[in-house]
Ligand binder design. Structure first.
Ligand SMILES: Cc1ncc(COP(=O)(O)O)c(C=O)c1O
Length: 374
């Protein structure tokens, strides 16, 4: 991203497939709720766990969407989903505890585990298996672990685990007695009517061991407002609340009121955004699949595709891994992609389609000509 900014500052036209956030503006009704909160003076400390109105809206959403009963005290509102993940790990882990991290993983997971004193154990998921976490692999590598850090709708792969797959993973979590931190930040960005589910919704046992993490960042195009949350067993949520009380206190009061409007106001703009993401995904896949040598799964959610590109390594001196391929693409072709190695996927690159249709067409065209000349 830094190199992209540098090249743009030099006047180069760069198409970026690097975005990790929706390119849509936060909807107007939500922006207005934030402005209203300022005008009405809702600018003081709130309860550490968040204002009760927002926590009630969160529990109502879990009840209506997944038939999950949480009390407001089973929820803590955080500074983005990121703080919820971090505090959940801090609350759960003793020094050296093992945490299962399916790969490809979001870059922050192994670092968060280490920062919280745990030891990440990488659980590979295969490209030709749709990047799904398979129960057998989990069972094989999971003995003695304390936590599974699960991202059922994945950044970076876009893979979506359906309800049956989640139930099978939950069964292994029961066998191994794992706590499950389930990162569901992309829960509303699913396509083709995929039958996904909140981890806690697949069984009573799953409900008892899952800490659900989500937020408004991706669904409502609110990445800068920094509102996420965790819902789960009251002892874990209570420990998270204590940690938060002694560190950051409440998430931004103004953003909490905006998030309340996001959850309880009209949802039509959000539905339109999902339709648009699906249209872009389809176009990107169509264009990528026309490039000889590119191998790409159909991602069912989020806004990423993760093609396999290792067939291009070594075709030219200096282009021998995903890092040098991404560097070459940026410098020579003016296309920014994210190399897969930091996600635990060194044969791949990640492309985000949170950009305009025009950029998708121009960018993939450039990618195709660069690769054809290697
Ligand atoms: C898988 C995943 N989890 C969590 C987050 C962070 O969400 P937030 O911005 O709400 O902290 C991201 C953002 O990129 C993400 O991709």
């Amino acid at each position: 991203m830094a190199r992209t900014a540098e090249l743009r500052a030099e006047g180069r036209d760069i198409v970026s497939f690097g975005a990790g956030e929706p390119d849509f503006p936060t909807p107007a009704n939500i922006r207005a709720a934030g402005a209203r909160a300022i005008e009405e003076g809702r600018t003081r400390y709130t309860a550490v766990a968040g204002v009760i109105e927002l926590r009630r809206a969160i529990t109502a959403a879990y009840a209506s969407r997944w038939d999950l009963a949480y009390a407001p005290n089973d929820v803590v509102v955080t500074c983005g989903a990121k703080q919820a993940l971090f505090n959940a790990l801090l609350a759960l882990l003793d020094p050296g505890d093992r945490v299962l991290v399916p790969a490809p993983y979001w870059v922050s997971y192994p670092e968060m585990v280490k920062a919280a004193g745990g030891t990440p154990v990488i659980v590979p998921c295969r490209h030709d298996d749709g990047f799904r976490l398979r129960p057998d692999t989990l069972r094989r590598l999971g003995k003695g672990a304390r936590v599974l850090l699960f991202n059922g709708i994945s950044n970076p792969t876009g893979a979506v685990h359906d309800r049956g797959e989640i139930a099978a993973i939950a069964e292994v979590a029961r066998e191994l007695d794992l706590a499950v931190v389930s990162d569901e930040i992309y829960e509303n960005l699913v396509y083709d009517g995929a039958d996904s589910a909140a981890f806690a919704a697949v069984s009573a046992d799953a409900r008892s061991r899952a800490i659900l993490v989500s937020g408004v960042s991706k669904t409502y195009a609110m990445t800068g407002w920094r509102i996420g949350w965790a819902a789960g067993p009251s002892d874990v949520i209570g420990a998270m609340r204590k940690l938060q009380g002694q560190s950051t206190s409440n998430a931004c009061s103004i953003s909490q009121w905006a998030a309340l409007e996001a959850l309880s106001g009209p949802q039509d703009e959000i539905l339109a955004m999902v339709v648009e993401f699906q249209r872009r995904r389809d176009r990107m896949l169509q264009l990528l699949r026309a490039i000889p040598g590119i191998d790409v799964e159909t991602p069912g959610g989020a806004f990423y595709v993760m093609p396999r590109v290792d067939g291009f390594f070594g075709r030219r001196d200096g282009v021998d891994d995903c890092m040098s391929l991404a560097a070459g693409l940026l410098d020579e072709a003016g296309v920014a992609v994210v190399p897969g190695a930091p996600f635990g996927a060194p044969e791949h690159v990640r492309l985000s389609y949170a950009c305009s249709m025009e950029d998708i067409e121009r960018g993939v065209q450039r990618l195709a000509s660069y690769l054809s000349e290697l």
